[in-house]
Design a protein around this ligand. Structure first.
Ligand code: G3P
Ligand code: CA
Length: 316
């Protein structure tokens, strides 16, 4: 009931603001893809961006998990272009490092599942990201495993990825993935973010969040750049939450591990920037779960099907 009411209000607000913004805001950007054969066929529900005043209604922000990863190969430029075309502001990614020190965007710590590495480098088992150079990784096809029309998509470097999100006028939820495998990666990520314009006041205020399952990594990012918004991935017990509030603005849990009471406990704490801590939950890909987590009071929903979640929450 609550979701239906706020969705109706948001839909009216969205339509009103779209009309005020004029025709340009209703025109989706052209699809740019990470591979020569990638195309827009998988975009089922293109739509406008969420109304900018949605926060006033207490509606959760929607994040495209690994890009629009239900419709395009995860963590590729195709997946973030598609997210932008679907009208999604925020994309989530996973950052790791190659053998020669290049930051790349990939979820698994091996290349097996999402590339043709076993065919291209058959003798390099177990095909760990950290055992391959950037030049070797650039040879891999990161699209065919998903669907043939994405053949030729590549694993992007973080630099390429940041520039593309910028071009799409998007915002980034950046995950430091398995930092224990990559000593010093936090400093390197921050340096790259800085060099690509992602640590200026505008980005730090509202366009970037850095998260990790490693509390040490989140705390380190906070120490090195206290102005950056941070999030710890997980669902710590209530009695431990205060400890995280020292370095983390948000606690981002799996939706199955939380309830309304836990969310309220997080909200009652103030993070390192003096604001109430927030909760962005993952991975929510269906209307019923969306409704459940909205009723729990979460601030953000991270989804492989962000268009579906937006439709459920915002009504369009
Ligand atoms: O953003 C939350 C989510 O990405 C955490 O899980 O395994 O997809 O990185 P995973
Ligand atoms: Ca992730």
């Amino acid at each position: 009931m609550y979701v239906r009411t706020v969705a109706a209000a948001a839909a009216v607000l969205g339509i009103t603001l779209s009309a005020l913004a004029g025709p340009a805001s209703a025109t989706p950007p052209p699809l740019r893809t990470g591979g020569p054969k990638a195309g827009p066929a998988a975009a089922p529900h293109a739509g406008p961006k969420a109304p900018p005043l949605a926060g006033l209604l207490g509606l959760p922000v929607v994040y495209a998990h690994r890009g629009a990863s239900a419709y395009a190969p995860e963590n590729t430029l195709a997946s973030i272009d598609l997210a932008a075309q679907l009208g999604m502001d925020w994309v989530e990614n996973d950052v790791q490092r190659t053998k020669d020190g290049v930051l790349v965007v990939i979820h698994d710590d091996t290349l097996k599942r999402t590339t043709d590495v076993q065919k291209v480098f058959p003798k390099r088992s177990p095909w760990r990201v950290k055992d391959f150079t950037a030049a070797e990784i650039a040879r891999l096809d990161a699209g065919s495993w998903f669907r043939p029309e994405f053949a030729g998509a590549r694993i992007p470097t973080l630099r390429e990825y940041l520039d593309r999100v910028q071009l799409n006028q998007g915002r980034l939820l950046l995950e430091v993935k398995k930092p224990e495998l990559y000593p010093g990666i936090e400093r390197e990520i921050l340096d790259l973010l800085d060099s690509r314009g992602w640590l200026d006041a505008r980005h730090v205020a509202s366009r970037l969040v850095v998260q990790s399952f490693s509390a040490d990594s989140v705390a380190l990012v906070h120490r090195m750049r206290p102005d950056v918004v941070t999030a710890f991935l997980g669902a710590p017990p209530e009695e431990d939450l205060e400890r995280y509030a020292a370095f983390s603005d948000r606690i981002n849990p799996w939706f199955r591990e939380i309830n309304a009471e836990w969310v309220a406990r997080v909200h009652a704490l103030r993070g390192p920037h003096g604001k109430a801590m927030e909760v962005d939950t993952w991975i929510v890909d269906d209307p019923d779960t969306t409704q459940r987590v909205v009723e729990m009071g979460v601030d953000g929903i991270i989804s492989n099907r962000p268009d579906l979640v937006r439709r459920t929450v915002y009504g369009y």
